[in-house]
Design a protein around this ligand. Structure first.
Ligand SMILES: NC(=O)c1ccc[n+]([C@@H]2O[C@H](COP(=O)([O-])OP(=O)(O)OC[C@H]3O[C@@H](n4cnc5c(N)ncnc54)[C@H](O)[C@@H]3O)[C@@H](O)[C@H]2O)c1
Length: 300
């Protein structure tokens, strides 16, 4: 029987590894633990690993203050997540999701290290938003079961996951990744391995156009946002949304995709560069397209 036919795509439990417990990794670890799976979270040091665990605890506390979850659920989730600074603690993982800095060389190096540690059958996924799976995985794609799993921020609250299918991927690997997302209670969509995948391919050019339209004086910032909210039925206008995302974060994303595609819709608008250069990176800094009442501490 071919190896692929022996795999169980309707498995009921997964030992989940998450590498990098920052904004995204801590959220993904929380989601997996909430779904009832044991999670091993890996960071660069014991201190950062513990900080990742505390970040999850703080997110759950904030949720409880807003009426989401119970102390019992919080305790169950936190006790399902162990943290470590050793990649070798992933040697029994069924799936590992990489969520480290958006740095191609760092991700490539990590994938090579993971290749030496993980069981042959483990699924290996990257949560990159601006790079491609093939650029990160390289030749490992031929010997490993690799996909992209692009979660959205904040991972515990956003239902969508883009399951990124690299060229030549075994359909069963993709099916298993889809099943994993469903087991997490997420809604997966399968997308091709191209810069920006699908959501950012649609969103980033739209945000760039809005910033450029504002820069060209087509309307005031308030009227531009109102026009999109009431005219298109979007829940939030593009300039408010850019301020929420962080202009620096958006600039880095659009620059990264532009560098890979040279498509004009990803070329960063001048006003974005100017605002970021002035330190006006959006709500988190106290000003972006709008001015805010003091920097809201810790809020992105
Ligand atoms: N923040 C978002 O809105 C968002 C949304 C979707 C996807 N992403 C993607 O998710 C990934 C992570 O982004 P983030 O915002 O969580 O970053 P972050 O800076 O908040 O966290 C990155 C974490 O990775 C850790 N790390 C770095 N190198 C490591 C290594 N070799 N081993 C273990 N840990 C390591 C760092 O210590 C840090 O805690 C990026 O690829 C990003 O593009 C981000």
């Amino acid at each position: 029987m071919p190896e692929s036919e022996t795999r169980n795509t309707s498995r009921t439990t997964w030992l989940v590894g998450v590498v990098g417990l920052g904004t995204m990794g801590s959220g993904i670890a929380q989601v997996a633990a909430a779904a009832g799976f044991p999670v091993v979270g890996v960071e660069t040091s014991r201190e950062r690993a513990e900080a990742g665990h505390r970040r999850i605890a703080a997110f759950l506390e904030r949720g409880m203050a807003r009426g989401r979850g119970t102390p019992e659920e919080r305790d169950r989730i936190l006790s399902a997540i162990t943290t470590t600074d050793r990649l070798t603690d992933l040697r029994r993982a069924d799936i590992v999701i990489e969520a480290i800095y958006e740095d191609l060389a760092a991700k490539q190096a990590l994938f090579r290290e993971l290749d030496a540690v993980l069981p042959r059958e483990a699924l290996l996924a990257t949560n990159t938003s601006g790079l491609t799976v093939h650029a990160i995985a390289g030749p490992l794609l031929r010997v490993r079961r690799i996909v992209g799993l692009h979660f959205f921020n904040p991972a515990p609250l956003m239902p969508l996951v883009e399951v990124v299918r690299p060229a030549g991927a075994d359909p069963e690997t993709v099916a298993e990744a889809v099943a994993f997302c469903r087991a997490l209670g997420k809604e997966p969509v399968v997308v091709k391995d191209r810069p920006g995948f699908l959501v950012n391919r649609l969103l980033i050019p739209y945000l760039n156009q809005a910033a450029d339209a504002y820069d060209h004086g087509l309307a005031s910032r308030e009227d531009l946002d109102t026009a999109v909210e009431l005219g298109l039925g979007y829940p939030m206008g593009p300039l408010k949304l850019l301020d929420r995302i962080g202009l620096d974060v958006h600039l880095a994303a659009t620059e990264a995709i532009y560098a890979q595609t040279y498509r004009p819709e990803f070329r960063p608008p001048a006003i974005l560069r100017e605002l970021v250069a002035r330190g006006s990176t959006g709500k988190k800094s106290g000003s972006g397209f709008y001015a805010y009442d003091g920097p809201p501490a810790g809020e992105a």
